[in-house]
Design a protein around this ligand. Structure first.
Ligand SMILES: [Zn+2]
Ligand SMILES: [Zn+2]
Length: 438
């Protein structure tokens, strides 16, 4: 959805040589602002010169443009060079900085460098593009040369673009990267983060520049608590990582620590991830609502390890880091083994993945799953059952409805024979939709 605001502003010649501000209201939920302006720049005079006609062109007005955020900070300034600029949380025209478009009083910065003797009318146009829920694909767990990876952030970012990922969280061991230090790559959202790495467990703190003061190091349960509490208080999205990893599982008391999602899928699908899925399933069956996430834990290419393996697919309101992480926290996500892996749309009435519906109102789960290969098994898992919807007779997609017999939750898995003859493994795991009794 888009909204336009246009207005004319007349600048008197007496204001030549001064700067001033024109306020406007930024509505809520704007994803991108486009600001353009126009005014008579030149005076053209035609004069006869014998057999020729010469047109003299003289710059009579020069009006400069800039933008100021509600906190008074300069978002950008472009002199009279650009007739149109745009700003969003993840991208901006050169000379402007990407910044969240918080609702409130914004201001156009006007510089009246040169004004004609009879003044100048300036026509401003503001275009507000509103947020809109859609699917973004990304990898939430990667390492760079700043810890034990072999690639720089830039190298990983361009590789993520080639893999058609929309976002990438940078999670070096105990090294925080701030938002300002991340490169700006068009079409790719880079999320600042850190993998808080302790001998007893790893956790990602995502989306904030400094989740805690001082160092990561913590010995006592109280010190560990304090790191998590600080990260939570500063708005970080906290994920508990690879809880059953062969060498660095999560051995801290997770019940005492705040977290937003559980990394049930870390790198290639294997025994430790299957254990994490089983653990998550037992929590769901006990009535907990716990969102999942996945990440490649990419350090370098190995035969089974690649960027986007797995890919977390998130239904977010915009590609901004805060919207992606908010959607992750709300469970609006599924995990697929690769950027081009199978996909799913799971709804129950108006509800999407992660939502809760009243079982008295809605009992049907609507399934549309695609990117299937011959032999793929699509199944719905609830607290007490696992029902095969289809074993794909060929490549393609399936549409189906599953009716719940009792309140609880329902989630979807797609299983695939990655290696012929070996047991099927998950190619996709979705968050549940919750069906609440009462
Ligand atoms: Zn780790
Ligand atoms: Zn890691």
């Amino acid at each position: 959805m888009q909204e336009l605001l246009t207005f004319d502003y007349f600048i008197e010649p007496s204001r030549q040589g001064t700067y001033f501000l024109l306020p406007f209201d930024m509505p809520a939920d704007v994803e991108m602002l486009t600001l353009s302006y126009d005014y008579p720049r030149h005076d053209e005079n035609e004069m006869g010169m014998g057999s020729a006609a010469f047109t003299a062109r003289q710059e009579i007005n020069i009006i400069d443009l800039g933008l100021v955020a509600p906190d008074g900070s300069q978002v950008g300034a472009s002199g009279s060079d650009k007739r149109e600029i745009s700003v969003s949380e993840v991208a901006a025209s050169p000379g402007y900085r990407a910044t969240p478009l918080v609702p409130g009083k914004w201001q156009i910065l006007v510089g009246a460098y040169k004004v004609a003797p009879d003044g100048v009318p300036v026509a401003y146009q503001l275009t507000f593009d509103f947020k809109d829920r859609r699917l973004f694909k990304g990898d939430l767990h990667v390492h760079t040369v700043a810890s034990d990876g072999v690639s720089t952030v830039e190298e990983l970012a361009w590789r993520a673009k080639r893999h058609e990922l929309d976002f990438l969280a940078i999670t070096d061991h105990n090294q925080t990267v701030s938002q300002d230090a991340l490169p700006k790559i068009p079409g790719l959202t880079l999320i600042p983060g850190v993998e808080w790495t302790h001998y007893q467990g790893h956790a990602n703190f995502l989306g904030v520049d400094r989740p805690y003061d001082g160092s990561f190091a913590a010995n006592t349960p109280e010190e560990i608590q304090a790191r998590f509490a600080s990260a939570r208080q500063r708005g970080a999205h906290i994920t508990l990582n690879h809880p059953f990893d062969e060498t660095c599982g999560f051995n801290l008391d997770w019940q005492t620590l705040p977290f937003d999602s559980l990394e049930i899928w870390n790198g290639p699908m294997r025994e430790s991830n299957l254990k994490a899925v089983g653990f998550w399933q037992s929590l769901l069956a006990a009535g907990r609502k716990i969102p999942i996430c996945g990440g490649s834990d990419y350090h370098r290419d190995t035969p089974f390890l690649f960027l986007g393996g797995p890919t977390t697919c998130v239904y977010a309101m915009s590609p901004g880091p805060s919207d992606i992480l908010a959607a992750l926290k709300d469970g609006h996500a599924y995990i697929t083994f690769a950027p081009d892996g199978p996909w799913v749309e799971l709804t129950a009435g108006e509800a999407i993945l992660g939502d809760t519906v009243a079982w008295s109102d809605v009992k049907e789960l609507d399934i549309l799953a695609g990117g299937l290969l011959k032999g793929d098994v699509v199944r719905v898992v609830t607290g007490s059952s696992s029902a095969v919807i289809v074993q794909a007779p060929s490549a393609g997609q399936v549409q189906a409805t599953y009716t719940l017999e009792a309140p609880g939750f329902a989630r979807l898995e797609i299983l695939r024979a990655f290696i012929p003859g070996l047991p099927l493994l998950p190619a996709l795991i979705s968050n549940p939709i919750y069906f609440e009794a009462g």
